[in-house]
Design a protein around this ligand. Structure first.
Ligand SMILES: NC(=O)c1ccc[n+]([C@@H]2O[C@H](COP(=O)([O-])OP(=O)(O)OC[C@H]3O[C@@H](n4cnc5c(N)ncnc54)[C@H](OP(=O)(O)O)[C@@H]3O)[C@@H](O)[C@H]2O)c1
Length: 285
């Protein structure tokens, strides 16, 4: 299979290159393909003639999306539309990565693929718009919603916590947002397994179980053996610019019903991430 990966310099993009290692992969980071450049996207798909495009590029800084909304819409909505249009022209299938933040979190239970979306933030709205544009443009799509993404390559909550914990010895973390931490070394192979089914549609793919950000920070400090004075705070006191859902756990319903293997429990994969970070460089971990 010939595969083209956008956003290959990101957390997920990096591990997608490994997961599709048995395929003929073209991995393009932002410097090689800016997905907001329509002509460049069309040319990349035409020149590499992939069977599948895995579109992992996105503007993922949730708070920055509030202050830079045009960038959020340009990258997450329009950029995804350009990729879908190029796939339609080139007869390629496409994986579009989406987010738990397309939901408002008010259901108080895990969301299935059949629940209505209702994003709270510009980031969530722009990712939802990307979904809609991809669905309308290209029948052969896999829309993969995931959450709280962590990989060994790139910035994420766990790496930030470990750094702050070591630097300051005291950290305060919100305890009233619940979700499913998901790890790129599990998600990337799951995307490959999905992408060879030819069962196009919308899927939730996350690691098993759920927790709050506070729980995740606590578990990370335990696994890394870092002594930290950790205190719980709430969303209102923390005061982040972007509103976030209180409960955005994703039920992996369609994957389960169609027989795709579940991703491991989040805690086991957190352990693996911390081991990998430590092995890469103690300063990073
Ligand atoms: N991170 C999460 O917690 C999370 C949660 C749910 C869903 N997702 C979705 O999962 C996917 C992968 O996320 P991730 O965590 O791997 O994100 P990431 O590490 O931020 O990677 C995204 C990559 O896209 C690149 N990019 C930004 N604008 C671009 C443009 N105009 N053209 C080409 N590339 C561009 C970024 O480059 P620069 O670094 O140079 O900007 C970055 O390398 C995204 O679709 C994201 O929305 C992420």
């Amino acid at each position: 299979m010939r595969v083209l990966i956008t956003g290959a310099g990101g957390q997920l993009g990096h591990d997608l290159v490994d997961a599709f290692g048995g395929d003929q992969v073209t991995a393009l980071d932002r410097s090689q393909l800016d997905v907001t450049e329509e002509a460049a996207v069309v040319a990349a798909v035409r020149d590499h003639a992939p069977d599948l495009v895995v579109h992992a590029a996105a503007f993922t800084k949730v708070d920055a999306c509030e202050s830079e909304p045009d960038t959020a819409w340009r990258v997450n909505a329009l950029g995804s539309w350009w990729v879908a249009r190029a796939c339609a022209l080139g007869d390629a299938a496409m994986v579009y990565l989406s987010s738990d933040y397309v939901f408002d979190g008010r259901a108080g239970r895990a969301y299935t693929e059949y629940d209505a979306t209702s994003p709270l933030s510009i980031y969530g709205r722009s990712k939802e718009a990307g979904e809609q544009l991809v669905r309308r443009t290209l029948p052969r799509h896999y829309i993969v919603r995931t959450s709280w993404v962590h990989g060994a390559h790139g910035g994420n909550f766990v790496r930030t916590m470990l750094r702050l914990g070591r630097e300051r010895g005291a950290v305060s973390v919100v305890d009233d947002q619940t979700g499913s931490p998901t790890f790129t070394f599990d998600l990337a192979p799951a995307i490959r397994r999905l992408a060879v089914t030819a069962r196009h549609g919308t899927y939730h793919l996350t690691n098993g179980g759920h927790c709050t950000w506070f729980d995740l920070a606590q578990a990370a400090f335990e696994e890394a053996g870092v002594q930290v004075d950790l205190t719980a705070t709430d969303t209102a006191s923390f005061g982040a610019p972007a509103p976030r859902p209180a409960y955005s756990v994703l039920d992996n319903l369609t994957a389960r019903l169609t027989g795709l293997p579940p991703l491991p429990p989040w805690r086991a994969s957190l352990r693996r991430l911390i081991a990998e970070l430590g092995a890469a460089s103690p300063a990073n971990a």
